[in-house]
Ligand binder design. Structure first.
Ligand SMILES: NC(=O)c1ccc[n+]([C@@H]2O[C@H](COP(=O)([O-])OP(=O)(O)OC[C@H]3O[C@@H](n4cnc5c(N)ncnc54)[C@H](OP(=O)(O)O)[C@@H]3O)[C@@H](O)[C@H]2O)c1
Length: 346
C-alpha cells in the first residue's frame, strides 16, 4: 500500500481521467517475444464470452494450457472450439470445467478438481455479474455480492495454495487476478457503517441501484485484497486486481432493458474498447507484472491506485472489519489456516 503512483487516487477516479483512459490509453499486448508460457497452466473463469474468452485466447497464444471455467458446459465447449480452431495444438491445451459461483459447493468442488492438476500457475478470476434487479441467492446474500465478491474470494483462497504447490519452475510467483472495475471508485458504499458490514448485503437496498451495487461488489474485493496482501507475501502467489476498462462485445449488460439498455448501447459505441484490448491487462498482471502487482490494482498494463476510499482512515478500518467477517463467512472452507500457510514462506 506504500506504492508510489503517477496519479493520485482522486484524480484517477475522476470522470475526466476515465474518459482520457478510454479514448487515449490501452495496455500493450503481451507477445510471445516477451513471455513464453509453454508448460504452464491457467484457469480463466467466465471464459464463455467477453473478456474471459479473450483472456483465454491470449494465454493460449502465449503457449499456456487453459482451463475454461464456466457454469454452462455447452457455452464452454463453444468457447473452447472458438479459441482452438486453426491451431496445431493438443486437445488437452484447452479444457472446459464446470463452475457456478452462485454455489459455495460448486466452488469447493472446482478447487478440489484443480488439486489434481499437474501444474497450475495462473488463475484469472474474471466471472462476474451486473445485476439489473435485486435477487438473493441460497446463501442469503444479494447475488452480485455473492458472485462478484464472496465466491470469488473463496475461489482465490482455495486456489492460492494449489498454485503455490503446483506452479512450474522458474523465477517469480504464480498469479491470481481478481477482475476489478472503474466503478469501484464511484461506489458510495452506503453499507460501510454497518456492523457487521456483510450482513447488510442480505437486506434489500432501500432503493435498488444496479450501478452502485456493482461498484460496491468490486470495491469490497479491493478492500479485501489490500488487507490480504498485508499478511501474505508475493513470494509464491501474487494477487492482483486488474481492471479492463469499459469494453464492448461482452454480455455484461445482458440484464439491462429499456432506457438503461439504450444508454449502455450508446456508451458502448462511443466510449468502449474491445474485449481483446481490455483483457490485455489481465494477462499483463499475471505475466509481466507478477510480483509487482501483488495487492495492487492494475489498469492499462500498469499499477494504479485503487478507489480513493481504500486509502482513507475509514476505508482502512472497514477493510479490517470486512476482512475478518469474510474469513468468518468462509470459515467452513478452512480459509484462516490457508492464509496462515501462505504467510509462511516455503
Ligand atoms: N465489460 C466491461 O466493460 C467491464 C468493465 C470492467 C470490469 N468488467 C468485469 O470483467 C468481467 C467479465 O465481464 P464481461 O464484460 O466479459 O461480462 P460477460 O460477457 O457477461 O461475462 C461474464 C462471465 O461470467 C460468467 N458468470 C456469470 N455469473 C456466473 C456464475 N454464477 N458462475 C460462474 N460464471 C458466471 C458468465 O457466464 P455465462 O456465460 O454462463 O453467463 C460469463 O462467462 C466481470 O467481472 C466484469 O465485472 C467488465
Amino acid at each position: 500500500m506504500s506504492t508510489e503512483f503517477d496519479v493520485t487516487p482522486e484524480r484517477r477516479a475522476s470522470l475526466l481521467h476515465y474518459f482520457y483512459r478510454q479514448f487515449f490509453v490501452a495496455a500493450p499486448q503481451v507477445s510471445p517475444r516477451d513471455v513464453d508460457l509453454s508448460g504452464k497452466t491457467a484457469i480463466v473463469t467466465g471464459a464463455s464470452v467477453g473478456l474471459g474468452l479473450e483472456a483465454a485466447r491470449q494465454l493460449l497464444d502465449l503457449g499456456c494450457k487453459v482451463i475454461i471455467a464456466v457454469r454452462d458446459q455447452s457455452r464452454g465447449e463453444r468457447a473452447r472450439r472458438e479459441i482452438t480452431e486453426g491451431r496445431d495444438i493438443s486437445p488437452d491445451m484447452a479444457e472446459v470445467w464446470k463452475l457456478d459461483l452462485a454455489s459455495y459447493d460448486s466452488v469447493t468442488r472446482f478447487a478440489e478438481r484443480a488439486r489434481g492438476l499437474e501444474h497450475l500457475d495462473i488463475a484469472i478470476l474474471n466471472a462476474g455479474l451486473y445485476k439489473a434487479a435485486e435477487t438473493f441467492g441460497p446463501t442469503g446474500y444479494e447475488e452480485g455480492v455473492q458472485v462478484n465478491y464472496l465466491s470469488n474470494v473463496l475461489l482465490a483462497l482455495l486456489l492460492a495454495p494449489i498454485i503455490r504447490a503446483k506452479k512450474t519452475g522458474g523465477a517469480g510467483p504464480g498469479h491470481i487476478a481478481l477482475v476489478s472495475s472503474d466503478q469501484a471508485a464511484w461506489a458510495r458504499f452506503e453499507e460501510r457503517g454497518a456492523r457487521p458490514v456483510l450482513a447488510a448485503f442480505k437486506q434489500p437496498m432501500p432503493r435498488w441501484d444496479s450501478g452502485e451495487r456493482y461498484g460496491t461488489t468490486k470495491l469490497l474485493a479491493q478492500l479485501f485484497v489490500a488487507e490480504l496482501a498485508r499478511r501474505v507475501p508475493a513470494a509464491d502467489v501474487a494477487v492482483s486486481l486488474p481492471n479492463p476498462g469499459f469494453c464492448r462485445g461482452s454480455d455484461l449488460g445482458r440484464e439491462t432493458s429499456g432506457l438503461f439498455w439504450l444508454a449502455y448501447r450508446v456508451q458502448c459505441s462511443v466510449l468502449a474498447r474491445t474485449c481483446a484490448v481490455g483483457a490485455r491487462t489481465f494477462v499483463a498482471a499475471a505475466t509481466t507484472l507478477r510480483a509487482a502487482a501483488h495487492g495492487q490494482y492494475v489498469e492499462d498494463g500498469k499499477v494504479q491506485p485503487m478507489a480513493p476510499f481504500v486509502y482513507t482512515p475509514e476505508g482502512q478500518r472497514v477493510a479490517k472489519q470486512l476482512y475478518e467477517e469474510t474469513l468468518d463467512e468462509l470459515a467452513f472452507a478452512g480459509v484462516r489456516d490457508i492464509i496462515d500457510g501462505l504467510s509462511q514462506s516455503k
